[in-house]
Design a binder for this molecule. Structure first.
Ligand code: SAM
Length: 295
């Protein structure tokens, strides 16, 4: 077994050798604690038949742990300066392929078809660049990729919003967007001290396991998410007031909105954050029927 990349000494050695300087704008905070990496990999429950997609391998700290446990690892890295470093640090592992691309612009479906056709299951595992965690996760979910799920490190606050329960301060449209597609659970809190350089925020690891079917059935997903976002428009407002002020022509449609809430058995004085995902679905179906009838 080779010496772990993720120790402070080895990381410093590699960075010095290549004269690498961190780019804050790319969210570069590298992990320097092997135990944290082992636990992340454990949560992903990899087998020798698993293919892993990693976002942002950095100098390969997590990548090598994944390579030791999975059949294959495909990692997307945006920073060209890291390519020669990864070439060296990951040279002992024949099952890793690095793609020099911005994950947000990548055709992940095509990469899966080309590079992970021979695996039994696919997991996304990453220590995400914090400036784009939400867009990355939402892209991977809405692209409807054939993945079992994701185990990813991100800012603690964002993890808490994604895994929130109704009626809590963290519960919002991001919660619904993530839980529509997945079962979400924060599995680990991670202190700032295990990163180089130390970030200004606390971190957490979240596990998102993809649901076979979305959590609720709705006629029009886009309209469902419009209703969800409108309901959370202003936290202190009632659901009725939020829907009236946020939905297109909502003010003129007060009576229809009241009727839709009534039909969905939702008290118009409730606040958006108290509604379950099932209640949002019922409400959105009622509003959809009415707004469509009108059109
Ligand atoms: N995996 C390494 C580790 O745990 O030590 C590095 C994690 S670091 C938090 C985030 C990595 O994502 C950096 O290597 C950065 O260059 C890369 N990155 C940033 N934005 C990216 C993007 N849009 N697409 C792909 N990689 C990106």
């Amino acid at each position: 077994m080779y010496k772990d990349i993720a120790t402070p000494t080895r990381t410093k050695e590699i960075l010095t050798k290549y004269g690498f300087s961190f780019k804050k704008s790319l969210g570069q905070n590298f992990l320097i604690e092997p135990n944290v990496l082992h636990r992340i990999v454990d949560f992903a429950e990899l087998s020798e038949q698993t293919g892993v997609i990693e976002i942002g391998p950095g100098i390969g700290a997590l990548t090598e742990q994944l390579a030791r446990r999975a059949k294959k690892v495909v990692a997307f890295e945006i920073d060209q300066r890291l390519l020669p470093i990864l070439d060296e640090t990951l040279s002992p592992y024949g099952n890793v392929s690095i793609i020099h691309q911005d994950i947000l612009k990548a055709n992940v479906e095509k990469v899966i078809a080309e590079q992970l056709a021979d695996v039994d299951d696919i997991m996304v595992v990453a220590n995400l660049p914090y400036y784009v965690t939400t867009p990355i996760i939402m892209k991977l979910l809405t692209d409807r990729l054939p993945i079992r799920g994701m185990v990813v490190m991100l800012q603690k606050e964002v993890a808490e919003r994604m895994a929130a329960k109704p009626g809590t301060k963290d519960y919002g449209s991001l919660t619904i967007a993530v839980q529509y597609y997945t079962h979400a659970e924060t599995v680990m809190h991670v202190p700032r001290t295990v990163f180089m350089p130390k970030p200004n925020v606390d971190s957490a690891v979240i596990r998102l396991l993809r649901r076979e079917q979305p959590a609720v059935h709705v006629s029009d997903e886009q309209f469902f998410f419009t209703v969800v976002r409108a309901s959370f428009g202003q936290r202190r407002k009632t659901i009725l007031n939020n829907l009236m002020s946020q939905l297109p022509n909502g003010k003129e449609k007060k009576e229809q909105i009241e009727q839709a809430l009534h039909n969905a058995h939702i008290d118009p004085k409730r606040r958006g954050e108290t509604l379950t995902i099932a209640e949002f679905a019922t409400l959105s179906e009622q509003l959809y029927d009415m707004f469509r009838q009108e059109a």
